[in-house]
Design a protein around this ligand. Structure first.
Ligand code: HEM
Ligand SMILES: *[C@@H]1O[C@H](CO)[C@@H](O)[C@H](O)[C@H]1NC(C)=O
Length: 374
């Protein structure tokens, strides 16, 4: 009897606040949307390989894609063996050459305690090489395959000729020069681009040290067009487009956070938040604010910030740096693997990544201080 009374009371109080069960279900949906939810869809060979066939790397990537593995590693370190990059000992360790590449990249991506124009372009190059892919793209015809910088046909058959890639030409040239040096060591353009995007994000003070895997295969042919959004795109278009790439709405918000380091080159270098040299939360709050007035807010960013499907996560990231960093790292790893099938055959080289600069005073500050310039 008591239980019946209780249940009746419960239901009638629900009924007052929410007419009908649809209201309750809608509330539960709203609650789960308030926090970031990663996509858990698998990619490439991980979709079909049984767990007992997974390599160490395959298992690690699978856990990251399913939201249980940590996509960030701040602890691992590496010292290259003596003798330089041509030494036998270096050639014997698949990750060794990446230590030299990481050092070259860091010198270009971090200057005066801020991440540079080359860093922001490298982050976007990683996105534009990888995201020219959907779940229905045949293997070998799209994704993180180096085609952004390798394709060299006429007109749109060279991806760098496409309008959306024009602003990244200066850093494309730097990546191509690195590739010309390091391809002799077995480095693919596809790996170089994704590694570069991660070193670049981790060169912005406060950025995440994103786990890095190598082994991607190059494709000299241009990927399909029309798979990248534009700055005027509406929320439903962007959500559908990223959904076809296995990225759920929260993942879009996480990835868009890269605009914390962004400058719109085509409009005289105007940035998307007031601190483009740092990896911070300013972008999330300034996109939905009318101040400052001297930044450019893309309509697409405003649309995602305000859409009911994505705005709860947007608001979560305004104040939760750790949640955003983890989400960004996980979603970026997902994007960096798009279109590549042999994930189980990859090798993890996170250990060679430089330490991330803190947002406090750095070595450059000390140098300026000692020189009396500050
Ligand atoms: C709806 C999705 C997106 C749209 C519509 C978009 C659009 C744009 C546009 C129009 C620019 C300025 C280009 C210029 O004039 O120089 C830009 C810059 C940038 N974007 Fe996005 N973006 C999107 C998602 C992403 C994602 C997923 C990433 C990386 C994970 C990213 C990283 C960047 C970076 C780092 C820049 C700065 C480039 C520079 O300063 O040279 N964007 N984006
Ligand atoms: C969003 O953009 C797409 C593509 O431009 C268009 O077809 C669609 O009608 C737009 N939707 C809304 C709700 O404006």
């Amino acid at each position: 009897m008591k239980a019946t009374v209780l249940i009746t009371t419960l239901f009638s109080s629900f009924a007052i606040a929410h007419p009908g069960m649809g209201g309750v279900l809608e509330d539960i949906k709203q609650l789960t949307r308030r926090q970031f939810q990663p996509s858990t869809e698998l990619l490439g060979d991980l979709k079909t390989l049984p767990n007992n066939a997974l390599s160490t790397t395959g298992a690690a990537v699978k856990a990251i894609l399913q939201g249980t593995g940590n996509p960030i590693d701040t602890a691992s370190t590496y010292t290259a063996p003596a003798g330089g990059r041509d030494a036998q000992a270096c050639r014997a360790d698949r990750c060794c050459i990446w230590k030299y590449i990481a050092n070259d990249m860091r010198a270009v991506f971090l200057q005066n305690g801020q991440c540079t124009n080359a860093a922001r372009q490298a982050i976007r190059i990683g996105f534009h090489d990888a995201a020219t892919w959907t779940k229905t793209t045949p293997v070998g015809q799209g994704g993180a395959d180096g085609s952004l910088l390798l394709s060299n046909g006429a007109g749109n058959a060279k991806e760098m000729n496409r309008g959306e890639n024009a602003a990244m030409a200066p850093t494309a040239a730097i990546l191509i020069s690195w590739w010309n040096t390091y391809k002799n060591y077995g480095v693919t353009m596809a790996d170089l681009i994704q590694f570069g995007a991660k070193v670049a994000a981790g060169s912005c003070p406060g950025g995440p040290r994103i786990r890095s895997f190598v082994g991607r295969v190059d494709n000299p042919n241009a990927n399909p067009q029309g798979l990248l959004p534009g700055p005027g795109s509406n929320a439903s278009f962007i959500i559908t487009m990223f959904g076809a790439k296995t990225i759920a709405p929260g993942g879009i918000v996480a990835l868009l956070g890269a605009h914390t380091a962004s400058r719109q080159t085509s409009v005289a270098g105007v940035s998307q938040d007031s601190t483009p040299g740092k990896w911070d939360l300013t972008y999330f709050s300034e996109t939905t604010s009318s101040t400052p007035t001297n930044i450019v807010r893309f309509p697409s960013d405003i649309n995602i910030a305000n859409d009911p499907t994505t705005s709860p996560v947007w608001n979560q990231f305004k104040t939760n740096k750790a949640a955003w960093d983890k989400a960004y790292a996980g979603e970026y790893i997902r994007m960096s693997l798009m279109g590549f099938n042999d994930i189980n055959g990859m090798v993890e080289c996170t250990k060679v990544l430089p330490a991330v600069p803190t947002r406090g005073h750095d070595v450059n500050f000390l140098v300026r201080f000692i020189q009396g310039q500050q």
